[in-house]
Design a protein around this ligand. Structure first.
Ligand code: SF4
Ligand code: SF4
Length: 57
C-alpha cells in the first residue's frame, strides 16, 4: 500500500516526514508534502507525521 496525503489541509510543512528511503517525499511551493509513485509503502512517513496527514491506502 502506498502512502497518500489524505489530509493536506493539516500539513504544516514541518518536514518531519522527510525520512523516505525511496526518495518519494518532496514539498511543494507552500511546503506541503508531495508523495511520488516511487513510494514503496514502508510507512515511515506516516509514522513520523505529527498531524495525521498521511495514510496508507
Ligand atoms: S511510505 Fe515509505 S516509501 Fe512511501 S513515501 Fe512514505 S517513507 Fe517513502
Ligand atoms: S510530517 Fe506531516 S505535517 Fe509535517 S510536512 Fe510531513 S505531512 Fe506535513
Amino acid at each position: 500500500m502506498p502512502a497518500v496525503a489524505t489530509n493536506l489541509d493539516a500539513c504544516c510543512g514541518c518536514q518531519s516526514c522527510n525520512v523516505c528511503p525511496a526518495s518519494a517525499i518532496s514539498y511543494d511551493g507552500e511546503n506541503k508534502v508531495v508523495i511520488s509513485a516511487d513510494c514503496v509503502g514502508c510507512g515511515a512517513c506516516k509514522d513520523s507525521c505529527p498531524c495525521g496527514v498521511i495514510e496508507m491506502q
